[in-house]
Ligand binder design. Structure first.
Ligand SMILES: Cc1cc2nc3c(=O)[nH]c(=O)nc-3n(C[C@H](O)[C@H](O)[C@H](O)COP(=O)(O)OP(=O)(O)OC[C@H]3O[C@@H](n4cnc5c(N)ncnc54)[C@H](O)[C@@H]3O)c2cc1C
Ligand code: FES
Length: 265
């Protein structure tokens, strides 16, 4: 993990609430694992004081050299609103890469990838990384759920990598009108999966974990909880554990990606 000022390469508005930002980085990030995150601070501002966690959305690689990475972010408060104002050449403060990543066992052929809203961010990195490693993705299925059409992100990124995508919205403005866990459960009724990976809101994750347990499929979840420090100092990201040895696990140090069976939902 290193802390460094990095330059903004671009900062693109995708829709009213969503942006993608490209940042420079040292080649240290070449070994970043999908699921890992960075803490981002806005230099030159007192508000917000604290860095904010964001999943690495993808690496920027040219001629085999990692020279930057992308974040996908939703504007919800002061830091993300201020981030929208950063222009190419501006500097932000980053420390990372932090935390654990997803681990897809090499024997896993049929993999279900479940995203809720901006929870899709690390899953694009996961699929891109597997694609770069020439993993056969033909039996991968991505499920993306959002409240509305605007919250369905990155379908094209997955389709471009040859992975089929199923979408749902709560209001029916795109895809089927239902929760994304409905088609997940339906798909598991037809074919078994070797692994499920998921990232999104806690209630979605709780439902995905319940379904995975019912169908006896190993599941990994990435938790996007509030984080003040990102490095085990504040204990603000505590999650209740099912382990006998630990009452609490910490999303920043033990996660953010966990085997689902170690957490209480
Ligand atoms: C490991 C990790 C990875 C993340 N990856 C991404 C990502 O890739 N893209 C992205 O857009 N966001 C991501 N987040 C969430 C992101 O960190 C928050 O949206 C951000 O900190 C909000 O900062 P803010 O100052 O704009 O909002 P704040 O002013 O801090 O918050 C505005 C409101 O949102 C609530 N809130 C803030 N953070 C969260 C949260 N994590 N969960 C639920 N409610 C929250 C606050 O209570 C408050 O009501 C991630 C979080 C974690 C822990
Ligand atoms: S965010 Fe401070 S301990 Fe995890």
């Amino acid at each position: 993990m290193i802390q460094q000022p990095v330059k903004v390469l671009w900062n693109r508005k995708l829709s009213r609430a969503y942006y993608k930002i490209g940042l420079t980085c040292s080649d240290h990030y070449a070994s970043a694992k999908p699921g890992q995150f960075v803490m981002l601070g806005l230099t030159g501002r007192r508000d917000p004081l604290l860095h904010r966690p964001f999943s690495i959305h993808n690496l920027l690689i040219s001629n085999g050299i990692t020279h930057g990475f992308e974040l996908l972010y939703k504007v919800i408060g002061s830091a993300t609103a201020a981030l929208t104002q950063r222009k190419p050449g501006d500097v932000v403060d980053i420390f990372g890469p932090l935390g654990s990543g997803f681990l897809i066992p090499s024997r896993a052929k049929r993999v279900f990838v479940v995203a809720g809203g901006v929870g899709v961010a690390p899953l694009v990195f996961l699929i891109s990384d597997l694609h770069r490693k020439e993993v056969d993705l033909s039996n991968y299925q991505v499920f993306i759920g959002g409240r509305t059409k605007e919250d369905l992100l990155c379908s094209n990124e997955f389709l471009d990598l040859g992975v089929s995508v199923l979408t749902t919205t709560d209001d029916g403005s795109a895809g089927d009108q239902c929760l994304i866990t409905h088609p997940l459960e339906k798909a598991l009724g037809h074919t078994a999966a070797d692994v499920i990976v998921a990232c999104g809101p806690m209630d979605m994750l709780a439902c995905v974990v319940g379904i995975a347990e019912k169908h006896k499929v190993p599941c990994q979840v990435s938790i996007e909880t509030m984080m003040a420090c990102g490095m085990g100092a504040c204990l603000g990201c505590a999650l209740e554990s099912r382990l006998e040895t630990e009452h609490y696990l910490h999303a920043c140090m033990d996660g953010p990606v966990f085997p689902a069976d170690v957490l209480k939902f």
